[in-house]
Design a protein around this ligand. Structure first.
Ligand code: NAD
Length: 327
């Protein structure tokens, strides 16, 4: 491919991916399966690596998520809510571990977590009270969806911690709620949601909290943003502390001392995935020690101390029937 062809190809990919991104992040209504989006994104990333002179500011490789909707108050994330780099096979995971080992002095251990397919949200507590809930938005500006998040019963409205803390996690719609909702929608002649992720996002980005309340959403918390409650040494300690405070963390996380253990965890969950009562689209692997996380730092879009392994592509946009067959 010559330079001119590459430039044209990159322009076409940017336009297509930006359109898909808008449908997915802003309208909660994707027109193509995630695998198709991921494939096109990899194609663009490879072209950008070979022809960095043609990278533009509007490239989806340079951005996180989508624009926040104007209907909601905006929330600034003082600690940015980032995306994650992707791994698609064992080799990518081993490369991730190798890079981490090269950049730090001590041996690296990891925490593996299920990658919940929902909507990333942030919950802020001041003087022990839940005061603000927001979407990730474009990573620096999200939407204030406090009233909708208050309807999720597993979110504590007060906690035993007076200092300001912000916890982050994934709000999601369990399969059962998704099936029920789409049945109702079909009965009412409404278009069913493409998948539980879009149903959860669509429910939380409604102006009327009664709608979110009727949708039986749930949440798993897996990280922190602003944190004025003293330091902990590792991500695993954070997960344990969040659980102690009354936050719902996913019980399946596991600490792994080697990348082989990580790969065993990935293989196990790739098989067990259909037995879960909620949707996952991969495994997130995080360097456990916070001092090592700090050493590794961030790229413009994502931390170098974490990676999202994506399960092999499902070739169709998940339909109600697919879900019915798998539960
Ligand atoms: P991502 O899905 O690759 O990973 C980052 C996100 O993972 C975080 O923001 C968080 O929300 C989530 N997550 C779930 N469990 C987690 C855990 N335990 N720890 C940490 N994070 C966890 O990145 P993204 O930027 O949110 O989305 C990109 C993906 O969205 C694409 O890879 C694609 O699959 C999908 N997408 C699809 C379309 C489409 O048209 N079908 C369009 C845009 C994006």
């Amino acid at each position: 491919m010559n330079k001119q062809q590459a430039q044209q190809q990159m322009k076409e990919l940017r336009e297509l991916l930006n359109q898909y991104g808008h449908e997915y992040y802003v309208r909660d209504n994707p027109s193509v399966p995630d695998s198709e989006y991921d494939r096109k994104m990899q194609e663009l990333l490879q072209l950008e690596e070979s022809f960095p002179e043609f990278i533009t500011a509007d490239s989806p490789t340079q951005r996180i998520g989508g624009e926040p909707l104007d209907a909601f108050q905006k929330v600034q994330h003082n600690v940015p809510m980032m995306s994650l780099g992707n791994a698609f096979n064992e080799g990518d995971l081993r490369d991730f571990a190798r890079r981490a080992a090269q950049l730090t002095d001590e041996p690296v251990s990891f925490v593996c977590e299920l990658k919940i397919d929902g909507l990333a949200v942030s919950l802020t507590y001041e003087n022990g009270q839940f005061v603000r809930g927001a979407t990730r938005g474009d990573g620096t500006t999200g939407e204030d969806i406090t009233s909708n998040l208050r309807t999720i019963r597993s979110i504590p409205l007060s906690i035993q911690q007076e200092n300001t803390i912000e916890v982050r996690g994934e709000a999601f719609m369990p399969h059962k709620s998704f099936l029920k909702l789409n049945e109702q929608r079909e009965e009412n002649g409404d278009e069913p949601f493409a998948n539980p992720r879009n149903a959860a996002a669509g429910s939380l980005r409604q102006l009327n909290p009664k709608i979110a309340a009727s949708r039986n959403l749930d949440i798993f918390l897996y990280g922190v943003g602003e944190w004025e409650a003293g330091t902990l040494a590792s991500h695993s300690e954070r997960l344990e502390y969040m659980q102690q405070l009354g936050f719902k963390t996913n019980p399946e996380w596991q600490r792994c001392d080697t990348i082989d253990e990580v790969i065993d965890y990935v293989t196990y969950w790739e098989q067990k995935r259909p037995e879960l009562s909620y949707e996952i689209d991969g495994i997130v692997v995080k360097v456990d020690h916070l001092a090592q996380q700090e050493e590794l730092g961030f790229t413009a879009k994502s931390p170098r101390w974490a990676i999202a392994y994506k399960f092999p592509a499902e070739e169709v946009v998940t339909t109600l029937r697919d879900i019915e067959l798998s539960v």
